[in-house]
Design a protein around this ligand. Structure first.
Ligand SMILES: Nc1ncnc2c1ncn2[C@@H]1O[C@H](COP(=O)(O)OP(=O)(O)OP(=O)(O)O)[C@@H](O)[C@H]1O
Length: 267
């Protein structure tokens, strides 16, 4: 089993990702696709007059402040436009894909964090009304049902809180939790960069290999949102996933290239 997570930042070639996935799926490989949608969510939020607000925690992690209106815009884009766009591409390629959010069937479950600590103008503030959380539990029943019936699951945040409230969760860490729960042999985190860069944004500074036991030591190279990918990779390998690859989804055969070792390989 391979879990592929494709991001939602500008420049990602979804046709390339889906074509590559479809070929591998038809060749008999068992796959699950998880996707993001941050770039498009920012555009739609601006257009709807509710611009995105990103907050940075005292420990340096950046996240989207998700009030109820933001959550609804997030769902429109992630579960609507992005998810159905990917499912449609796969269907056109002859793959019977099914798109679901983590809320459906409680595939992704976690605790609802209603407040977030954020550094603003040098001061730590507590912001309330946040609909975020972290995936703590993956309920694989529905996924296994779909896979055994020949469907390719296409998953996206949000997740369900334990009280059944939709919560915005990080897609990379959700994919990592899924890979652990399904005992996947590989987790691919594909985005609009060649991999983890030692000196971002210099693409020539690609880090080729990271030993599984040393992932956290590489957190320092990742800025803002890349940190969550590195954290997700650490969680996946600690949970028994043999290989995590940060790969490039901008062109070519992103899945095949990553599985052949292009990008940053954590093992
Ligand atoms: N050291 C680094 N190496 C590579 N990219 C980095 C680094 N530091 C920061 N980045 C940034 O991290 C981004 C990838 O994270 P981001 O969460 O935006 O991607 P995504 O997975 O495509 O999006 P989504 O949240 O929609 O799933 C890159 O586009 C890059 O700008």
């Amino acid at each position: 089993m391979i879990v592929v997570k494709v991001g939602g930042s500008a420049g990602i070639d979804y046709d390339a990702v889906c074509t590559d996935l479809a070929e591998r799926w038809k060749g008999g490989e068992r796959l699950i696709l998880v996707h993001g949608g941050s770039g498009e969510t920012n555009r739609v939020a601006e257009a709807l007059g509710h611009p995105p607000r990103f907050v940075t925690s005292p420990s340096g992690y950046t996240s989207r402040f998700t009030d109820r209106e933001t959550l609804e815009i997030f769902e429109m884009v992630y579960c609507g436009k992005m998810n159905k766009g990917i499912v449609e591409r796969l269907q056109r390629l002859g793959v019977n894909a099914v798109g679901l959010s983590g809320l459906d069937g409680r595939i992704f479950e976690g605790r609802h964090k209603d407040s977030v600590r954020a550094v603003e103008n040098g001061k730590v503030k507590v912001l309330r009304g946040d609909h975020t959380g972290t995936v703590e539990r993956v309920n694989t029943g529905l996924i296994e049902l779909l896979l055994s019936a020949g469907y390719l699951p296409v998953l996206t945040p949000p997740a369900a809180s334990y009280e059944g409230v939709a919560i915005n969760v990080d897609g990379d860490r959700a994919a990592a939790a899924l890979a652990v729960a399904l005992k996947a042999e590989a987790l691919l985190l594909l985005s609009n960069v060649p991999g983890l860069l030692r000196d971002y944004p210099d693409e020539a500074s690609l880090i080729r290999e990271i030993p599984a036991g040393e992932v956290e030591a590489y957190l320092g190279f990742a800025q803002d949102r890349m940190k969550k990918k590195v954290l997700g990779a650490a969680e996946a390998v600690q949970g028994g996933v043999l290989r995590v690859i940060f790969g490039d989804a901008r062109a070519g055969q992103p899945v095949t290239a990553a599985l052949m070792g292009a990008g940053t390989v954590v093992s």
